[in-house]
Design a protein around this ligand. Structure first.
Ligand code: HEC
Ligand code: HEC
Length: 318
């Protein structure tokens, strides 16, 4: 198996090497709070919900990263400005503070990189930093807000700083599984505990681990079989990391996605091709583990995955 670790930790460190985890569980709870500059967070929040950020004034970040839909949307490929369909499924906006790579193909090394490029994407916001700054600097509410938070007019740097601060505030702690990890052995049922044991025993944990149960390494999609050949209709987005590096070994390599709140974010995969968690886990068994999924074990694993749904602003996500 090919394996690239990006600041990751695998307890036992059998498959991928790397540092041993602090505790003996390879998944860590989400911290209960983030220390952030609340004034930047609030300004970032205002921008996140504001359609004026998009070139034609039709789309806000929230359209594709909804808080009632697990931080993502419920469509295979979302639509940006002028109704254009994107190339990949929208990932969740929650818990990004704990990822070490961003975007499906991991091309962005920080949230700052991600936002700088996102604004320019013709299929998402379709603007330029000059246009966006100029627009915000004619809106009295923003003139006031940027002056008070940053002591200057809106520009690429402070707009992204505010949005990134807001993104880092979007955490979903206190999943039942996190309570279990913190020592409350009754927080998950006996079946869910067995599901977690299966998740480890089958090797899902080799790729999905750390605070975000993913989000911290690159892996081939199709380690044990050609997923893309089977699915057909290959698009440039299917080449994953190869698009950046042009290295053959990076063909179909993706950042392993986080499984936090995964029960709330169908459809699944970068292509949005799996409609249900059941379908997604079947595909993982087949193409990442090279074996069919025994029904009873798959059901236990899915029960475990459902314990990863956390709380947002003190209320359980649903
Ligand atoms: C039209 C739908 C759409 C809109 C609007 C949108 N996004 Fe996204 N977002 C996506 C998609 C699709 C991706 C995945 C892109 C990729 O991986 O190539 C993504 C990825 C991201 C990521 C990286 C997540 C990760 O897991 O690495 C962040 C952060 C993000 N968006 C923030 C924002 C912010 C902030 C805004 C508003 C300024 C915004 N998005 C607007 C669809 C959207
Ligand atoms: C060899 C690494 C690897 C193993 C092992 C692995 N996965 Fe994955 N998983 C991935 C990658 C890579 C993706 C993203 C594929 C894509 O969409 O391009 C993924 C995606 C997923 C998704 C979809 C997430 C989303 O938001 O779209 C689920 C659910 C999932 N895996 C569950 C599992 C389960 C359950 C197991 C064990 C039965 C497992 N995975 C084993 C690497 C792995």
């Amino acid at each position: 198996m090919r394996c690239w670790l990006v600041g990751a930790m695998v307890a036992g460190a059998t498959l991928c090497g790397g540092a041993l985890a602090q505790s003996n569980e390879p998944i860590k709870p989400i911290p209960l709070e983030m220390k952030l500059d609340q004034r930047k967070v609030s300004l970032g929040e205002k921008l996140f919900f504001d359609r004026r950020v998009s070139e034609d004034g039709t789309v806000a970040c929230f359209a594709c990263h909804g808080f009632n839909t697990g931080g993502a949307d419920r469509t295979p490929l979302s639509r940006g400005i002028r109704g254009q369909e994107g190339a990949v499924n929208a990932p969740s906006i929650f818990n990004l503070a704990f990822n070490s790579r961003f975007s499906w193909d991991g091309r962005n090394e920080s949230l700052e990189d991600q936002i700088l490029k996102l604004m320019l994407n013709p299929k998402v916001m379709g603007t330029t930093w000059e246009k966006l700054s100029a627009r915000l600097n004619t809106q009295p509410d923003y003139v006031e807000a940027f002056k008070s938070v940053f002591g200057e007019q809106a520009n690429a740097k402070n707009i992204s700083e505010a949005i990134v601060a807001f993104e880092r505030s979007l955490i979903t702690p206190n999943a039942r599984f996190d309570k279990y990890l913190r020592g409350d052995k009754t927080a998950i049922t006996e079946e869910e505990q067995r599901g977690y044991q299966k998740f480890k025993a089958y090797g899902c944990i080799a790729c999905h681990q750390g605070v975000n149960v993913g989000g911290n390494m690159f892996q081939v999609f199709g380690v044990m079989g050609d997923y893309f050949k089977k699915r057909g209709n290959i698009t440039p987005a299917d080449f994953g990391r190869f698009n950046q590096t042009k290295n053959e070994a990076d063909k179909h390599v993706f950042r392993v996605p986080s499984l936090r709140n995964v029960a709330l974010t169908p459809p699944y995969f970068h292509d949005g091709s799996a409609a249900t968690l059941d379908d997604a886990v079947d595909i993982m068994f087949q193409y990442q583990l090279g074996r069919p999924a025994p029904k009873a074990d798959k059901e236990l694993i899915i029960k475990f995955l459902r314990t990863l749904t956390g709380e947002f602003r003190g209320k359980p996500l649903q």
